[in-house]
Write a protein that binds this ligand. Structure first.
Ligand code: GAL
Length: 421
């Protein structure tokens, strides 16, 4: 090597050492609040942690167990009010606006501009992530909520076929019950009751009236005849769940389908993350089908992280690394393969995804054109947390009282929503 060469090498080594030292010195910490603690969820969250740590930052896990995130939101409020919010928190839909109103969130516009988020994300998503025109949250995925998960072995043993509509659902459920299996695996928790209820509402009301009820909060639709029918059908479903349902976690319900104790679960595609974590193959070990009667409809639930204002510069930097990583294509692929959702970027290669994910993507795109892409009420995408809470109360009380009157329930629903508006 020439003298000149040695000198250049030395110089670059010094530069590299300096860069490495400074990146360590600059490395910050992100504390991330989420509720991803089930098998598939935890595997997915681990991907984000790992990708962030690879960049030299550290991840402080702030996991609060409880599907649907109610407990996580309660804990988050306490932390934020005491002036010590985490760097990022899993906050969705309308809640992002509520946190923005309170002045807690920071702008991610520089990261968004560099990553061309406006271009790579669907408009239905970017709208939710912005507060006053600034990006304050980053979407992770798109979950379809109106899915039915079925165990084909159980169906075979019961001589039943996977239902495509409500009539078929009840016919199959009868056969499955008679064969000694639990027809519908369900966890009696308010958010799960609401998830089942909204799937029934989507079918019976249709997309347009679903939006009128849960987005526009139209009193006539909320208390009208189709809502009465929704409650009546929802009540019939109660006959096909088992008596140990109250309080059961959603992933335990999924495991009942996985191990052949139950035939079906109506749940968002985070359930697929549980099948995948258990090493099960779609089409062979389990079937994914649209919730009865909702084949061309898509109830969307978008997971996102909202970012809080911080005072530490290094942690602010780390926060930006996190925001950028979430929309990285490699992350989007691995995370969503584990989570059961589809990538939120529209420019992804979907080669590694299974048939359920491809169906989901196709229906996501098609339903956006037909008006059948609707926000999930049960998961905070349709309305405020106040209205959502009011719906939860009415729905859960109704479901737990098997002699409740559907007509009265619809009227109660309208009243409760009005009071929460
Ligand atoms: C939803 C969330 C999903 C999944 C589910 C069960 O609200 O969007 O990502 O985690 O709760 O915990």
């Amino acid at each position: 090597m020439t003298k000149q060469g040695t000198f250049t090498l030395k110089k670059s080594l010094i530069a590299m050492t300096f860069a490495a030292a400074s990146s360590v010195a600059n490395a910050g910490e992100v504390e991330v609040l989420h509720w991803w603690t089930s098998g598939g969820e935890a595997k997915s969250a681990a991907v984000l942690k790992q990708m962030l740590e690879q960049q030299g930052d550290s991840w402080k896990d702030f996991a609060v167990a409880g599907g649907g995130g109610e407990s996580a939101m309660t804990v988050l409020k306490t932390r934020a009010v005491s002036g010590n919010p985490p760097s990022a928190a899993q906050i969705k839909g309308h809640d992002i606006q509520e946190w923005g109103d309170l002045g807690f969130l920071t702008s991610l516009d520089d990261v968004a501009e560099a990553g061309q988020w406006d271009k790579v994300l669907p408009a239905v998503v970017t709208k939710v992530m912005k507060y006053n025109g600034d990006y304050v949250a980053v979407p992770v995925n798109v979950h379809r909520v109106n899915w039915l998960w079925a165990n084909p072995e159980v169906f075979k043993k019961a001589g039943a076929t996977v239902p495509a509509n409500m009539d078929e659902f009840f016919a199959a459920a009868e056969k499955i019950k008679a064969a000694g299996f639990v027809p519908l695996a369900h966890g009696g928790q308010p958010w799960q009751d609401a998830t089942l209820f909204e799937a029934v509402a989507l079918d019976i009301l249709g997309s347009q009236d679903y939006n009128k009820a849960f987005v526009d909060l139209d009193m006539d639709v909320l208390s009208g005849p189709k809502m009465v029918e929704t409650f009546a059908t929802f009540q019939r479903m109660h006959d096909y769940i088992d008596e140990n349902s109250p309080g059961r976690d959603w992933n335990i319900a999924t495991s009942m389908v996985i191990n052949g104790e139950a035939a079906m679960q109506i749940m968002g595609d985070w359930a697929k993350g549980e099948f995948a974590a258990a090493g099960k193959q779609p089409g062979k070990d389990y079937i994914c089908a649209p919730a009865p009667g909702t084949a061309n409809q898509f109830t969307f639930n978008i997971d996102s992280f909202a970012f809080f204002k911080l005072s530490n510069k290094d942690n602010e930097e780390a926060q930006k690394h996190l925001a950028k990583t979430i929309l990285n294509k490699d992350f989007q692929e691995v995370f969503n393969l584990n989570k059961g959702s589809i990538p939120v970027r529209l420019d992804m290669n979907m080669d590694k995804f299974d048939k359920c994910a491809l169906d989901s993507m196709a229906t996501f795109k098609a339903s956006a054109q037909t008006g059948d892409l609707v926000p999930s009420m049960a998961h905070g995408l349709a309305t405020t947390s106040y209205v959502q809470g009011a719906v939860y109360d009415v729905v859960t009380n109704f479901f737990n009282d098997t002699s409740a009157d559907p007509k009265q329930a619809a009227q109660q629903l309208a009243r409760a929503v009005k009071a929460a508006m």
